[in-house]
Design a protein around this ligand. Sequence first.
Ligand code: DC
Length: 227
Amino acid sequence: MGKIVIAIDGYSGCGKSSTAKALAKNLGYTYIDSGAMYRAATLHFLNENLSLSSEDEVRRGLDSLEISFRINPETGLQETYLNGRNVEDEIRSMHISQKVSELATVASIRKELVAQQQRLGRGKGVVMDGRDIGSVVFPTAELKVFMTANLKTRAKRRQLELLEKGQSVDLIDIEENLANRDEVDSSRTESPLMKMPDAEEVDTSDLTLEEQVAKIILLAKAKIKMN
Ligand code: DC
């Protein structure tokens, strides 16, 4: 059976990453977290004190940026590396969450990250999640999923995730950050977040992780059969 490309897009905190990871594991596919790439780039620009409004500095930032993913042999989980350093926890902090949407509006940065994402997905057998995967990165993906969930549910899930990493953040601050990112991500001129006409919409507000994964596995298996 032929391998396919699965594109999962949607708002911040809908459970895209957890779903995409579980789906990739079930199918024996590679999972790629495109949001982690924007987050790692944000950390890099902050660390190097580079301005997003200077073309020169953006170029310098991109020239010195190397993002990779490695599996942690102890946990079996994928972790993000920035120029050879493990930044998995750092890029999930609220500080980066507050800055990342701005970097994601810069056309030249998107162009570079999209090219890297396309290279990573060349061999098919890939599940990638983000905001523009079905529209820009893999417009011919065999399966496109658009995930949604109401803001309260998303904020509660994100709060739990942060707590598990030892970060205690007020629900209201998380809600504000998610709502703000939804707005910036959907209204930017460069590759805004949108539901493609050929995407399957999955509302996860009332679904458990197991239920949402099971639903998308069914969609994926149907597409794989047709391939
Ligand atoms: O999926 P995430 O919340 O980790 O993504 C972080 C930010 O990166 C998100 O607010 C918008 C941006 N992003 C994007 O613009 N395009 C993608 N394909 C993935 C993420």
